[in-house]
Each structure stands twice: as structure tokens, then as C-alpha cells.
Design a protein around this ligand. Structure first.
Ligand SMILES: NC(=O)c1ccc[n+]([C@@H]2O[C@H](COP(=O)([O-])OP(=O)(O)OC[C@H]3O[C@@H](n4cnc5c(N)ncnc54)[C@H](OP(=O)(O)O)[C@@H]3O)[C@@H](O)[C@H]2O)c1
Length: 367
């Protein structure tokens, strides 16, 4: 079945609920406009968090639907330039970037360089620059067609893990000797643990019962515990909390357990929450500090260190991909789902928290 001119919208009040509908017609292309035909995209809990923070951070505004109660949940993926009235952006070029779940996206290309371009559409100003840039694959010396699935799945997550570890390292881990990581089965969490392999800190995983065997099997954490074990965790060691779960009750329990040993609370993810809960009057110890990868990248751009950062990041990311999809003992299996209709079940499972961490979900748009 063809997905041509279809879009998959999300009910804002119930993120697991989606509606497949025709996309509105765009009309004649104007100067500078480019039509991107989405080919493949990834789905992970990160996308669910975009939707959960759709109003708070502005993700609902990035790809407007014209409907109040339905939004376009953003995804990361690869597309082909299907039509172009932007000199320097050629029909047939392959791009990587941020998309709505729709067969096509029309962008207003600006800042066109050899390596890529940005969408100047005014509604995209709702989010940091990084979300509005499209990488031209032909100019990316690290691009490999064979790694597109890994790239779509992990790039936004690994860059978060990587920049978060950079940030913690630059701050000497805030004096901690141990890092406790929640939602340790998430790709962002184990990406961070992989980055920390050679640092002089122990990395302890916290995860749910159903994901514990998976997390143990990764071998990147020095110890793995279930959430129920928090009150029995060893104390007496300076400890940093790397929070991917965003669960306020879990945070309170950890703060109470570690007391003055807790040196820093780094809030990165919200796999188990759909509201900002950093301001919690019942919380003892350090106030959680939100870490936003996009801000880090914007800082690199401002400081003129972005190219150097990407050189280092892309080389390390290649090594990480090698480990994740290692043919002999892969951490995950990538499963391709055919078409937007098939994406609906994947989104439902992610929103319900019942996805298998062994499976990395890619959606291919049928043409
Ligand atoms: N701050 C930033 O710049 C930034 C950037 C990228 C991603 N993130 C955040 O990082 C987090 C992880 O994303 P990901 O894509 O890496 O996740 P993922 O690979 O899809 O992993 C999801 C894991 O989260 C937990 N989980 C998910 N939904 C749940 C639910 N409904 N109830 C209970 N547990 C649930 C489970 O882990 P456990 O059983 O181990 O808890 C699950 O295995 C997201 O919140 C994402 O937004 C933040």
C-alpha cells in the first residue's frame, strides 16, 4: 500500500493514540522551497517525550497540523529531495534530519552549504537550531548507506549521551566516584555508560524488572539493580544521579538514600514522566539540573568548536554503532516496519512502556 500524501498525527491528550489522514495539498513550490520525501525514520521513547513536552518545550509547533487536539510527533530519519527550487539542493540528494511522520515535508531552505541546509519556516524557531538542520549525506564523510538504520535510531540519543558525558567530565563528575543511571535500558542511558568505560567512576544501572536481563547482558554497567532495591544501595560514596527516567518518586527515594553523598542530579530524560518535576518541595539534596543536548551543540556553534566536536563525535559514534549491531553479539536487533499504518502499533507500545529494548524500531515509508 502506498503512503503517498499521508500523515500520522498524534492525539495530544493521549500520546499513544494516532490518526492516519491525508496531508493537505501544498500547491506550487515557491522560490527556496524543497520537497523532502521521507524514506525511513526511527521510533524510540525519545519521540514519546517530544510529544509529552509538545507544549512545554514547543515540539508541537515544529510541524503544525492546523488542528488543536492533534499534533505531529517529530521523528529523526532519512529523506530524498523530491523537488527543489533552492539552488544548491539538488533533486535526488539524500538528507538526514527532523521530520513529521508524513510522506513529504516542504521546507524553506536557507543557510545552504556543501554539508547541508536549514529550514527557515517561521514555526521552526520554536526549537533550537539543531532540530532545523538537514545534513546532505553526500557531503558527510562518515555517512554509510548500510548504517542508516543505526544512524536514525541512535544519532539523536548518542549525541545526547556523548554531550552529557562531556559535560560531566568537564565538571570532574562534580566530585562523584559513582554514577547511578535510571532507565538504564534506554539507548541514551547505555550510550552514556559506553562513553564512560574508561573514566574513573563506577556506573550503576537502575531498571525495571522486565528489562533487567537485557541491561545485565549489555555489560556496560558495573552493577545492575531493580528500582525496588534503591533503599538497599550502598552509601558512603560521592554519587551523581544521571536521570533518564524523570520519575519524581524515584528521585525522592534516591535523594533520601544517598543524602549528602549526592553531589549532582543531572536530569536528561523523562521516560516515566510527562511533566517537569524538577521543582519538588519534598526533595532533599541537590536540585535536579536539566541537561539539554541541543543547548550544548548551540554552544559549540557559538564558540566555533562545532566542527572539532563533530569530528570526534562521529568517529566515536561509528565505534558505538559497531558495538550495538555487532554481527556476532548485537545489543539490539533492528526491525523495519512497513508504512505509517505499522508505525501506529510501535507508538502505542512505546507510550505504554511495553517495548522490547532488544528491538530497535525503524519505519519505512512505502512508495
Ligand atoms: N535532554 C536531552 O537532550 C535528551 C535528548 C535525547 C533523549 N532524551 C531523553 O532520554 C530518554 C530515553 O530515550 P530513549 O529513546 O533512549 O529510550 P528507549 O531506548 O526507547 O528506552 C526506553 C526505556 O525507558 C523506560 N520506559 C519507557 N517508557 C516507559 C513507561 N511508560 N513506563 C516505565 N518505563 C518506561 C524503560 O526502561 P527501564 O525499564 O530501564 O526504566 C524502557 O526500556 C527520553 O525521555 C528522551 O526524551 C533527552
Amino acid at each position: 500500500m502506498s503512503d503517498v500524501r499521508r500523515r500520522l498525527m498524534t492525539r495530544k491528550s493521549n500520546i499513544g493514540e494516532t490518526r492516519l489522514a491525508d496531508s493537505p495539498a501544498h500547491g506550487e513550490l515557491r522560490d527556496g522551497e524543497v520537497v523532502l520525501a521521507l524514506d525511513r525514520f526511527s521510533l524510540t521513547t525519545n519521540n514519546i517525550t517530544y510529544a509529552a513536552y509538545g507544549d512545554a518545550i514547543g515540539y508541537w509547533r515544529v510541524f503544525p497540523t492546523g488542528e488543536n487536539d492533534l499534533g505531529m510527533m517529530p521523528v529523526w530519519g532519512f529523506a530524498d529531495v523530491a523537488a527543489s527550487r533552492a539552488p544548491g539542493v539538488d533533486v535526488g540528494a539524500r538528507v538526514f534530519g527532523y521530520f513529521p511522520m508524513a510522506d513529504t515535508l516542504v521546507v524553506q531552505a536557507e543557510k545552504i552549504r556543501r554539508g547541508g541546509f536549514a529550514d527557515a519556516s517561521p514555526w521552526r524557531k520554536a526549537v533550537p537550531d539543531i532540530y532545523n538542520r538537514y545534513v546532505l549525506c553526500a557531503a558527510d564523510r562518515h555517512y554509510s548507506a548500510a548504517l542508516e538504520n543505526s544512524e536514525a535510531l541512535f544519532r539523536p540519543l548518542f549525541i545526547t549521551a556523548y554531550t552529557a558525558v562531556d559535560f560531566l567530565r568537564e565538571n570532574q563528575f562534580f566530585g562523584a566516584r559513582r554514577i547511578v543511571v535510571s532507565s538504564a535500558s534506554s539507548k541514551t542511558a547505555y550510550g552514556a555508560a559506553w562513553c564512560l568505560a574508561d573514566d574513573d567512576v563506577t556506573v550503576m544501572a537502575l531498571t525495571g524488572a522486565r528489562n533487567r536481563a537485557f541491561v545485565e547482558g549489555l555489560g556496560v554497567y558495573d552493577a545492575v539493580h531493580g528500582y525496588e532495591a534503591v533503599e538497599g544501595l550502598e552509601t558512603g560514596m560521592p554519587t551523581l544521579y544521571l536521570d533518564l527516567a524523570g520519575d519524581a518518586a524515584l528521585r525522592r527515594r534516591l535523594h533520601a538514600r544517598f543524602g549528602t553523598d549526592l553531589t549532582y542530579d543531572c536530569l536528561v530524560g523523562s521516560t516515566q514522566s510527562d511533566s517537569f518535576t524538577a521543582d519538588d518541595p519534598a526533595l532533599t539534596g541537590p536540585k535536579p539540573v536539566f541537561f539539554f543536548a541541543a543547548t550544548c551543540l548551540d554552544q559549540h556553534r557559538t564558540q566555533g568548536t562545532l566542527h572539532a566536536f563533530y569530528d570526534r563525535f562521529l568517529a566515536d559514534q561509528r565505534a558505538f554503532f559497531g558495538r550495538v549491531v555487532d554481527p556476532v553479539s548485537p545489543w539490539i536487533h533492528i526491525v523495519e516496519h512497513g508504512g505509517l499504518e505499522a508505525a501506529r502499533g510501535v507508538i502505542r507500545d512505546l507510550a505504554d512502556g511495553v517495548s522490547d529494548p532488544m528491538e530497535g524500531a525503524i519505519v519505512r515509508i512505502a512508495r
